[in-house]
Design a binder for this molecule. Structure first.
Ligand code: ADP
Ligand code: AMP
Length: 216
């Protein structure tokens, strides 16, 4: 299964992708995670990405397409993958179609988690991530049992630098201008499903499983 998780920043893509990884045993490919890892490692890619991320702007298409092209060619993607946070522009969507063509693959389904913009700032500001295993929590909607400690591995939780109100406003406006138009692109391909992301996490997961299991 070649899946694409769409949705505005904070809609729940990463949270749900982790559930799909567990069930379908295919890797999650998050360009945001890849850029954060590069920033942490202090690589050239990380230095380039950091300024864009801190400003809530997109990393340039050529850089982003390059890392996805390399990642999708890896052996663990042979039986499928879940793209999370890519594509975010029309140029990225067109490049993805071309990359998949070259690999002899096609997207199976695009899953768009829809959450109204008024909820998204609260979701991002309350987001906490485990430094050790990357699990995602929310201080109010999905709180860990012990504050700032990961339930799964006891790792320390942190808040992303770009999860603040000012940056989030920029990210939402970038989403509206550059990413939302991709909905029509994938609707035209006939592989688009929309899920109401305002529901509790487990309900959203159940709806995603229903869509995907219905395709088999
Ligand atoms: P994205 O990957 O789309 O940016 P995340 O999966 O990281 O979004 O979720 C953003 C924040 O919202 C996290 O703190 C997460 O725990 C929380 N969250 C995710 N899904 C829901 C939901 N259905 N209801 C309430 N909060 C949610
Ligand atoms: P995310 O983790 O998906 O919220 O992404 C965090 C940040 O990484 C974004 O605000 C962008 O600066 C950058 N980023 C992630 N994915 C992409 C992409 N597909 N294209 C351009 N920039 C991206």
């Amino acid at each position: 299964m070649q899946l694409l998780m769409m949705g505005a920043p904070g809609a729940g893509k990463g949270t749900q992708a982790a559930k799909l990884v567990d069930k379908y045993k295919i890797p999650q490919i998050s360009t945001g995670d890849m850029f954060r890892a590069a920033v942490k490692d202090g690589t050239e890619l990380g230095k380039r990405a950091k300024a864009c991320m801190d400003a809530g702007q997109l990393v340039p298409d050529d850089v982003t397409i390059g890392i996805v092209r390399e990642r999708l060619a890896k052996a663990d993607c042979a039986n499928g993958f879940i793209l999370d946070g890519f594509p975010r522009t029309l140029a990225q969507a067109e490049a993805l179609t071309k990359i998949l063509d070259e690999l002899g693959k096609k997207l199976t389904q695009v899953l768009n988690i829809h959450v109204p913009s008024e909820d998204l700032i609260e979701r991002a500001i309350g987001r906490r991530i485990c430094k050790n295993c990357g699990a995602t929590y929310h201080v109010k909607f999905n709180a860990p049992k012990v504050a700032d400690v990961c339930d799964a591995c006891n790792g320390e939780l942190f808040q992303r630098a770009d999860d603040n109100e000012t940056t989030m406003k920029n990210r939402l406006s970038v989403y509206e201008n550059s990413t939302r138009p991709l909905i029509d692109y994938y609707k035209a391909e006939g592989i688009y499903s929309e899920i109401d992301g305002r529901q509790p996490i487990d309900k959203v997961t159940a709806e995603l499983f229903k869509v995907l299991d219905g395709m088999k």
